[in-house]
Design a protein around this ligand. Structure first.
Ligand SMILES: *Cc1c(COP(=O)(O)O)cnc(C)c1O
Length: 315
């Protein structure tokens, strides 16, 4: 690792729900709300290889709720990667024909479907893109405390927690959890989000506002979220959401060949490239402990174009 960093990986790719990933932590609370409301079905939305949609499909299967997924792109002849799994979990896939990162179009389609299903008596609980509401983000406020307790047990005091960010719920939850932890008099690491998509949380509260909503939900009025607590590094996204980058692919190979852990090209690969890049730029003091939250994304490797080209060892 550049800067002699000591790297720690929080394996949220192993959360277990429908092959795992960060959305399990949000869905725990979102599905809790759906069940409490007496919903009969779940609707959500995402890019064609959405991990969030795949995990919502798995959650619905466990809870006996019908699941409808609104996806970008067109129905492929043969589903692969996350679509294959969503289909296996019994979800209905609705293809909008929308471009991969036209988030606004997808959200409009989700709302239209929610109205349709409500009128048909299907009692849907409708979840915005990435599950990034305050209720969903609570999962990552809890995760922050879990992580700090694990660090404490290991005697590790990290300088930073780094993760890939798109719809902002993971980031907002971590920022809220950090504010709560700080309000109890603890020292807190920097939370650095590596941006992998533009404009996903369009029309919804930004990360600081979302984090404040989470703090309010937790009833912790002593915890204060400052604007400066929200740090997004957009330098590792490349051209756009879902467009692979050289640094992301290099990060995927490095992780695979040093730790035997698997990153994806859309999220965790770019996120980890951001961690390495910031280490090279000496963002943290030499020898610091830094935690990477591995948010998952592996099923996308098995979709067309999902894996980096095979390179010789050492590349
Ligand atoms: C959704 C997702 C993210 C980003 O999480 P947000 O809360 O939407 O910002 C990161 N990594 C993976 C693998 C994801 O599926």
């Amino acid at each position: 690792m550049p800067g002699d960093l000591r790297l720690w990986v929080k394996r949220d790719d192993l959360t277990g729900l429908g092959l795992g990933g960060n959305k399990a932590r949000k869905l725990e609370f979102l599905c809790g709300a759906a069940v409490a409301e007496g919903a009969h079905s779940l609707i959500t939305v995402g890019a064609s290889q959405s991990n969030h949609c795949r995990m919502t499909a798995a959650a619905g299967a466990m809870l006996g709720l019908e699941v409808h997924l609104v996806l970008s792109g067109d129905r492929p002849e043969t589903p692969s990667g996350n679509q294959l799994l969503s289909t296996l979990f019994g979800a209905q896939l609705h293809f909008t024909g929308a471009e991969e990162s036209h988030w606004g179009e997808l959200e409009i389609a989700r709302e239209a479907l929610a109205e349709e299903l409500t009128a048909a008596g299907a009692g849907p609980y409708s979840i915005p893109i990435g599950g990034s509401t305050a209720v969903g983000a609570v999962g990552y406020a809890v995760a922050f405390a879990e992580l700090m307790e694990q660090c404490h047990e290991l005697g590790v005091r990290p300088a930073a927690i780094v993760h890939a960010s798109s719809s902002g719920g993971t980031h907002a939850g971590l920022v809220a959890g950090r504010a709560l932890w700080r309000s109890r008099g603890h020292e807190v690491p920097e939370v650095l989000a590596i941006g992998v998509a533009q404009g996903v949380n369009m029309g919804r509260p930004d990360v600081a506002e979302l984090a404040r909503d989470v703090v309010e939900l937790a009833g912790a009025d002593r915890a204060i979220v400052e604007r400066a607590d929200v740090r997004v590094d957009p330098d590792w996204m490349g051209e756009d959401y879902g467009v692979p980058t050289r640094s992301g692919d290099a990060a995927i190979r490095w992780a695979a060949r040093h730790g035997g852990w698997v990153l994806d090209r859309t999220y965790s690969g770019k996120g980890f490239a951001g961690l390495v890049g910031n280490a090279e730029r000496a963002r943290w003091p030499e020898g610091s402990d830094v935690v990477f939250i591995h948010t998952g994304g592996q099923p996308a490797l098995f979709a067309p174009g999902g894996a980096p080209g095979l390179a010789r060892r050492g590349q």
